[in-house]
Design a binder for this molecule. Structure first.
Ligand code: ADP
Length: 457
């Protein structure tokens, strides 16, 4: 499989806007997850299936061979290192590859094999001899579209006649061009433009329509409506598939509007717990005290790798506080470096690629300490880390504890997570916040005398 040249988008990507540093950027997080993901995410839950026609038999497969795929796809799958279908793929693939084609809404957290599944569905419905767009996949950003395209290219490596094209801003196609590529991946705005205004794509010939990352999609102004306009122009026999990592009501409502008569597959996310985590706090007077306490901890116990969190803010307006946070994190980074620690700083000023490479280096053990300022570390599990330090407690705009962020920083998944240690550095006047956190989670956070590490058993 080949793809057309990808336009150089560097100029149009700006991830470094100061005022947006700590805003949760769903698309950026999703991309980061993809960039750093090395293997499937496990889940101890069962896959839930809701069939459009409950009386029809429900198939699941334990091997890729059972799917009776063309040899070149099987080769592609094995070349990617896949041995057997993931949990979600066991159920989703037979539905997606069935004749007549069935529509599907699937929800499972990122890393569970959704992309690989729909890429296989698209590939297997392409007629390589027909030179026009046959599969259309909508993604929320061009970077995410490119990631999906790469999967198509890898999985379709052994079908040289199947080609991908990106309908993304910046990919200039002269009017009247005859698109001969079979798989189009793009963002809703540009796809809409290519279909209706520029008439480059004939939607009536599309056989598979995929709407990926629906939760990120509806988060972006205009994308829901644009996607629905595209969907309305598809032929009734077109297979429609929607994927989402999360499933709030809003996603569900959108999914029901855009996917007629769907089967539904859900895999619940592994919940985080604090059960396996020993939590401590140290009372400190100021920033220097906190640092001293941190040094004492380092002096007192053997630490493999640690993540240290500085204050997080989830709003746009408080730029000065963000700068303060950033300065705090930088200060801490410098202090630790001067004391001979191998430290790296992960902050929202960095591009997604830079963040991904920092996380990768940390995973590879090249740095022992990761200091991070904001939400960009959220949802990213670095499995080997046993120590988490809250140099500042997470609080929300009204200066109340941000429980969810606390759980995300420190919690582990019950079945797959390792035991861990968490240290909270608390200014005396913030002690009430810590007590609220303790009550909220109904867990014990012990006070630690930083001069006496023997308390950590
Ligand atoms: P999602 O779309 O749900 O985020 P992906 O399809 O991107 O998940 O898969 C997550 C990771 O697992 C990717 O690195 C992918 O290559 C890999 N993967 C997907 N399916 C399988 C499988 N059946 N066996 C092994 N690895 C897989």
């Amino acid at each position: 499989i080949k793809s057309t040249t990808v336009p150089n988008l560097d100029d149009s990507i700006d991830n470094t806007k100061e005022d947006e540093e700590d805003v949760v950027d769903l698309a950026a997080n999703s991309l980061l997850n993809k960039l750093i993901r090395q293997s499937l995410v496990e889940s101890s839950h069962r896959v839930e299936v809701l069939q459009k026609d409950p009386s029809s038999p429900l198939y699941s497969v334990k091997t890729f061979e059972e799917l009776r795929l063309k040899g070149e796809f099987l080769k592609g799958i094995y070349a990617m290192g896949f041995n057997r279908p993931s949990k979600i793929q066991e159920m989703a693939l037979p539905m997606m590859l069935a004749y007549p084609p069935q529509n599907l809404i699937a929800q499972s957290q990122s890393g569970t094999g959704k992309t690989a599944a729909f890429v296989l569905a698209m590939l297997s419905r392409v007629n390589a001899l027909e030179l026009f767009p046959q599969c259309l996949c909508l993604a929320p950003t061009y970077e995410l579209a490119l990631q999906t395209g790469r999967v198509v290219e890898r999985m379709g490596k052994f079908c040289v006649d199947v080609q991908v094209m990106y309908a993304i801003r910046g990919n200039q196609i002269p009017r009247g061009t005859d698109i001969t590529k079979q798989i189009i991946i793009g963002t809703p705005g540009t796809v809409l433009d290519w279909c209706f205004k520029r008439k480059l794509i004939d939607l009536t010939k599309i056989r598979v329509f995929v709407l990926d990352e629906a939760d990120v999609m509806i988060d972006t102004q205009g994308f829901s409506d644009q996607s629905i306009r595209i969907q309305r122009a598809l032929p009734s026999e077109c297979q429609m598939l929607l994927f989402s990592a999360t499933f709030e009501d809003s996603v569900w409502k959108f999914a029901e509007r855009i996917i007629p008569d769907p089967n539904v597959i859900k895999l619940r996310k592994e919940e985080l717990t604090l059960n396996n985590i020993r939590q401590y706090y140290v009372l400190c007077g100021n920033r220097k005290d906190k640092y001293q306490a941190l040094c004492n901890i380092y002096g007192g116990i053997t630490i493999g790798q640690a993540i240290i969190f500085c204050q997080v803010r989830l709003c746009r307006a408080q730029t000065s506080l963000q700068l303060e946070t950033r300065r705090n994190a930088k200060w801490l980074t410098v202090e630790m470096m001067q004391d001979g620690h191998q430290v790296s700083l992960l902050s929202g000023e960095l591009t997604v690629d830079q963040r991904a490479s920092i996380i990768q280096r940390f995973r590879d053990g090249k740095e022992k300490v990761l200091i991070t300022t904001n939400v960009c570390a959220r949802g990213i599990d670095v499995k080997q880390v046993t120590i988490v330090v809250n140099f500042d407690l997470p609080v929300n705009q009204s200066e109340e504890p941000d429980y969810e962020t606390y759980l995300h920083r420190i919690g582990r998944t019950g079945r797959f997570g390792k035991k861990g240690l968490a240290f909270n550095m608390i200014e005396v006047d913030k002690l009430s916040l810590l007590m609220k956190i303790q009550d909220h989670f109904n867990s014990n956070i012990k006070q630690l005398d930083p001069e006496d590490m023997d308390e950590i058993e």
